[in-house]
Design a binder for this molecule. Sequence first.
Ligand SMILES: [Zn+2]
Length: 169
Amino acid sequence: MSQVIYARVPDTLKDAVDMYAAERGNTLTSAVVDLLERGLVATSEAPSIAELGLRLATAAAQKTEIEASLRSVRLELQTLRSLSERARQTLGSCPRQECSLPITGYDLLVTGHCPSCQEALTDLLKLKAPQPEGTAGQPRAGGVSERDFLLLLGALGAVVGVAYLASKS
Ligand SMILES: [Zn+2]
């Protein structure tokens, strides 16, 4: 079953359709039907192509966002790792004379006592007068190395900084 469409078209379009038909060895009618069908399919698919483009743009934006989050998480992890390494290092020795075993930043700041004799380490956190020339940085008996303690505080400060920035974003 078929119907007739009467349509007046520009000469250039008529010539182009004739050429299309001749190239394929078709009649003018089958060339017009073929071209109309293709045109209708393209028109009906246009919105879905636009939608796909939009989805692609959204996915690309999400990917950029996720990559940025990943970078920041990696940085936070790296900061935490350096704090963890710093906290494992020996800062000084136990203040109890009979013990005087090594004390780490973890013992000093987290557990607050000597891992061997359970002696409280809070006194070690008190600020001390400057040490004499030449002995600065040397762990004294029953004390902590100020240099190592400051390095630990620096690593701790970096973690606090990351947490502060994360809370603002
Ligand atoms: Zn001890």
